[in-house]
Design a protein around this ligand. Structure first.
Ligand code: AMP
Length: 380
């Protein structure tokens, strides 16, 4: 038996108890695994569907030791696990994904440097730490630009758009003390797209169909699949994703978010070394879901087929949408509702998503819009 084959009945350990962990856990259980989760918050979305939850901070060694004892293979559902813990886990247990890609994607500068080193285009940027360096970076890049923290930012948190010189002191005041930073040129993109690539412990690799993503207030609102992009862009995006996966010696899942400009230039914006919100549509619309594929990849299974069974529109359900979605199910096209079991519903918090399978994407988009649940015009 191959050493990287994790037989059903063994325990998959997930670091992090959020919705991505939950959906990974559900896939793992369907495949016959037991699931353990390490997560400080009791009764977490993942803990609710796991066999065991170790309630402990990620960097608490005692909790980590207990967790590792339970698990035959480890994975993570978010990238902000401190590097020391990840390295410790890699030594103590079987973490096929390793900790290198985790370390790189935790830091926007390392991420951009790595992508560039593989000859894949990223948006022009400057690394900086002081206000004087921000001025210099602004002169080099021009405006508009966006100032981002190097670490810990997600869903537009830790970002300030700078449109005019007057915005510089305002942005600095907001961000001071959170450095180091990166200043990026603002890309007047035509579309945002993403692609999820999976590579297994055996080196087998697949990509899922490309999603076209619409963000509202920097948070993913909607993914449309197939993305409404020319075939050449599609090919370019697949090439970029597979080239990055090979170059990083990926094991597991990598989501690659990209900007497409109206003159058809593709830039990589961000990487996530895990299943991704823009890949949730795969649960119903593809032959294999991104979560099952991830578990297959780390447990040494052959990968599943990734073909699209039907076009799909995935819409996120944030705190402000939950009640309306539940009350208006009859007024919406027939969709697959996923709720993550989070107790506290807050504005902007991802509480669930809904995926509509459709033969007429434009009509479905119209119907979603007409439901009035997602008040896009007001938010944008
Ligand atoms: P990020 O956290 O870097 O993925 O940024 C969140 C969202 O902000 C992206 O999905 C874009 O919609 C927008 N954004 C971030 N950086 C840029 C940029 N350089 N140019 C244009 N839009 C951006």
């Amino acid at each position: 038996m191959r050493k990287d084959w994790i037989a059903p009945g063994k325990t998959v350990g997930i670091l992090g108890g959020g919705q991505l962990g939950r959906m990974m856990a559900l896939a793992a259980r369907e495949m016959g695994y037991r699931v353990a989760v390490l997560e400080p918050t009791p009764d977490s979305p993942c803990g609710q569907v796991a066999d065991y939850q170790i309630e402990s901070a990620y960097d608490d060694l005692k909790g980590a030791e207990k967790f590792v004892e339970l698990c035959d293979v480890l994975t993570y559902e978010f990238e902000n696990i401190d590097a020391e813990t990840a390295t410790w886990l890699e030594k103590q247990a079987y973490l096929p994904q390793g900790s290198d890609l985790l370390e790189i994607t935790q830091n926007r500068i390392h991420e951009k440097q790595a992508i560039k080193s593989f000859q894949v285009p990223v948006v022009r940027y400057r690394a900086l730490e002081t206000q004087a360096e921000l001025q210099k970076a602004r002169e080099a890049l021009g405006l508009p630009a966006v100032l981002k923290t190097t670490r810990g930012g997600y869903d537009g948190k830790g970002q300030q758009v700078i449109r005019t010189n007057n915005d510089i002191p305002v942005a600095w005041k907001e961000m001071e003390g959170k450095g180091p930073f990166v200043l990026e040129s603002w890309v007047p993109f035509d579309k945002e797209i993403s692609i999820v690539v999976t590579r297994s412990t055996t080196g087998e690799m697949t990509t899922f169909p490309i999603a076209e993503n619409i963000h509202v207030n920097n948070v993913l609102h909607q993914s449309i699949v197939p993305a409404r992009i020319p075939y050449e862009i599609e090919q370019q995006a697949v090439e970029i994703a597979t080239h990055l996966a090979e170059s990083f010696h990926l094991i597991g899942t990598l989501a690659v978010e990209m900007f497409v400009t109206d003159d058809n230039i593709v830039y990589v914006n961000e990487l996530a070394p895990r299943p991704h919100n823009s890949g949730h549509y795969t649960m119903e619309a593809c032959e294999t879901s991104q979560f099952e594929q991830h578990i297959r990849a780390i447990c040494g299974w052959p990968l599943g087929k990734t073909n699209l069974l039907k076009p799909a529109v995935m819409v996120n359900i944030l705190g402000e949408h939950v009640d309306d979605v539940i009350k208006n199910l009859e007024g919406l096209p027939d969709g697959h509702v996923h709720l993550y079991g989070k107790k506290e519903s807050r504005t902007g918090r991802k509480m669930g998503h809904i995926t509509f399978l459709t033969d007429d994407v434009e009509q479905t988009l119209k119907e979603i819009n007409q439901s009035g649940i997602w008040k896009l015009d007001e938010e944008e």
